[in-house]
Design a protein around this ligand. Structure first.
Ligand SMILES: Nc1ncnc2c1ncn2[C@@H]1O[C@H](COP(=O)(O)OP(=O)(O)O)[C@@H](O)[C@H]1O
Ligand SMILES: [Mg+2]
Length: 276
């Protein structure tokens, strides 16, 4: 994807965002009464764009991703895929849930093709596609390994391969590096940065790590404390290819400070409200 760096991640080509979320509200019924997890969320993700969603814990990030993946229906609002609010979302997006467990009794390759199998792709073809991705993901030679024998970083890459294979062109990633130690996390961020340039997918990544959002994303949405709604939306003024050193630029430091201050404020509200 040599040309990717010069392509502005905007809706320029068609004007229609790949993902268009309008006025999404989500209420759950709980034994204690109604709980509003999301309040009037509106956001867009353009085709080919990498968008990060940052917010305090409990603000409804995972709820939103489950709605976008088609696993839940919002109480109010619409989600349009490529301009179609009626589009069936289930199976269209590659969805990596927050706790993405690999099946321990299946090999790495067997796990990676799980989504394709569900879609009815023939096993041989599914394996062939997975093998090609394994080579690119630094997993060659580990096709027959079982998840408990893989490192945490490798397991996440297998889960990511499964997500990429299962989805069409939209990836929904829910804190994919959240459970990893700092070093593995940093190296997987670098890896995703690199692989992203070649995948030509559209990505919505949930993270609570502002640095991660700035390093990877074209745009960042910051959500409020529960019920989550969009507090801030900022474009990340970094060209690609990117390096971590770029985050030390004065404009990036100022943006980081702004996002951290807003996040702190919302986290405080969460704590004060007993919401987490
Ligand atoms: N199925 C559910 N039933 C009732 N409440 C839920 C359900 N799923 C999530 N919640 C509540 O919705 C809020 C948002 O949760 P979640 O989306 O997991 O937040 P986040 O991912 O931002 O930490 C939390 O208060 C959570 O307890
Ligand atoms: Mg979550």
């Amino acid at each position: 994807m040599a040309g990717r760096d010069s392509i502005a991640p905007a809706t320029a080509s068609t004007g229609v965002p790949l993902l268009d979320v309008r006025g999404v509200t989500m209420r759950y019924r709980t034994p204690e009464g109604a709980l509003t997890a999301l309040a009037d969320i509106s956001l867009t993700v353009a085709r080919g764009e990498f968008v990060a969603l940052v917010g305090p814990s409990g603000c409804g990030k995972s709820t939103l991703l489950a709605i976008l993946a088609g696993l839940e229906q919002p109480s109010e609002g619409t989600v349009a895929l490529a301009g179609d609010p009626q589009a069936r979302r289930l199976g269209r997006a590659g969805y990596m849930p927050q706790r993405d467990l690999l099946l321990p009794w299946r090999t790495a390759l067997g796990n990676a093709i799980a989504g394709l199998e569900v879609k009815g792709v023939a096993r041989g073809e599914a394996q062939q596609r997975a093998r090609a991705l394994f080579a690119d993901f630094g997993l060659a030679g580990f096709e027959r390994s079982y998840p408990p024998l893989l490192s945490g970083g490798m397991r996440q890459r297998v889960a990511f391969a499964r997500t990429v294979l299962a989805g069409d062109d939209l990836l929904l990633l829910d804190e994919p590096f959240g459970a990893l130690d700092a070093l593995t996390r940093a190296s997987l961020q670098r890896w995703l940065l690199d692989i992203w340039g070649r995948l030509s997918k559209t990505c919505l990544l949930v993270t609570h790590d502002v640095d991660e959002a700035l390093l990877l994303a074209d745009r960042v949405y910051l959500l409020s404390a529960r019920p989550g709604h969009v507090r801030l939306e900022r474009r990340v003024p970094l060209e690609r290819p990117r390096t971590r050193e770029m985050l030390a630029r004065a404009d990036l430091l100022a943006l980081k400070a702004e996002l951290l201050a807003a996040l702190d404020e919302q986290q405080e509200r969460s704590l004060a409200g007993g919401r987490i």
